[in-house]
Design a protein around this ligand. Structure first.
Ligand SMILES: *Cc1c(COP(=O)(O)O)cnc(C)c1O
Length: 298
């Protein structure tokens, strides 16, 4: 599995025309049916490291609808590596679609309480679990960490990134954002849309990046729609409308909020005339299966 089939799609519309701006979407959602979006890039060097050190598997963390969990299960299986996932929350009577899929790819699911999960660095039971998998490499939640950043720095090689004045992406842990920031051309502004409430700019940006890089970054914090994995009828209506206009499906946790933010900023004249804008569609569509049936038209 190698990227290369991700494609660019140009957006059209009255606002873009009137403001003399051009915008493209980098469709990482089309990279692969399971390991979609940025998770392929975040996992790449973790998989390589596990193989290089002769480990037999990967141990990682996530919630019941985690894009990372299902991507890790699939990508590891493809490489002949085993997986175990420490899952936030007690085992439910019926597994989420995401966890069922991860189990299909051979991931052993280990449920821990929410309290244990939020203290995972020091919880004794989680420490015992980790100790019982000495042959497994550990990947931080969401594929965060330096190897995740390194992989995400390669995302822009799929586009002619140097032509853009602005690049926009959703921000969860900020791993993808920091990878993009390390790779982006010096004349490009990198706009992050945090999907969590109350994230602090200086906690997102990797402190080891040079100051001139940090100055290329900007965040807009008003597009989280209530917080992580929260949504409103207005967001779902917008996602349906955006799909009808463009044929591009988005997810309600990350990319729906990203595209909403883009259109709002465009309308509010945030982008100077002549701007060339790239939106990173980071995938995650499988998460929409947690919504009530019929919420989305795609
Ligand atoms: C995980 C994920 C993100 C967030 O990436 P971070 O590196 O954690 O900021 C964005 N979009 C989608 C679709 C994701 O699955």
């Amino acid at each position: 599995m190698e990227p290369g089939i991700a494609d660019l799609q140009e957006l059209e519309g009255k606002e873009l025309r009137e403001k003399d701006c051009r915008a493209h979407v980098l469709r990482l959602d089309r990279l692969h049916p399971v390991v979609s979006g940025n998770k392929w890039f975040k996992l790449k060097y973790y998989l390589q490291a596990a193989e290089a050190s002769g480990k037999s598997g990967l141990l990682t963390f996530g919630g019941a609808w985690s894009n990372h969990i299902v991507a890790a299960a699939y990508a590891a299986k493809e490489r002949g590596l085993h997986t175990a996932g420490i899952i936030r929350g007690e085992k439910p009577p019926i597994l989420s679609g995401t966890l069922q899929m991860a189990a299909t790819y051979g991931m052993r699911l280990l449920f821990v309480s929410r309290e244990q999960y939020s203290a995972k660095e020091k919880d004794p039971m989680i420490r015992d679990i980790i100790r019982s998998y000495p042959q497994y490499d550990m990947i931080p939640e969401g594929g965060a960490g330096p190897l995740g950043v390194k992989g995400c720095a390669e995302i822009l090689s799929l586009a002619e990134a140097g032509i853009y004045t602005h690049i926009l992406c959703a921000v969860g842990t900020g791993t993808m954002f920091n990878g993009l920031l390390s790779a982006v051309a010096s004349h490009t502004r990198l706009i992050g849309i945090p999907v969590l409430k109350g994230m602090k700019d200086d906690r997102i940006i990797d402190g080891s990046l040079p100051d001139h890089k940090k100055r290329q970054a900007v965040f807009y914090h008003d597009y989280h729609f209530g917080g992580y994995a929260r949504q409103t009828p207005a967001l779902l209506r917008f996602m349906n409308d955006f799909y009808t206009r463009t044929g591009i499906p988005t997810d309600f946790v990350y990319t729906g909020k990203l595209v909403f933010a883009f259109e709002d900023l465009l309308e509010k004249d945030h982008f100077p005339r002549g701007s060339r804008i790239l939106l990173i569609h980071s995938g995650g569509l499988q998460g929409n299966t947690s919504l009530a049936a019929g919420s989305l038209v795609f």
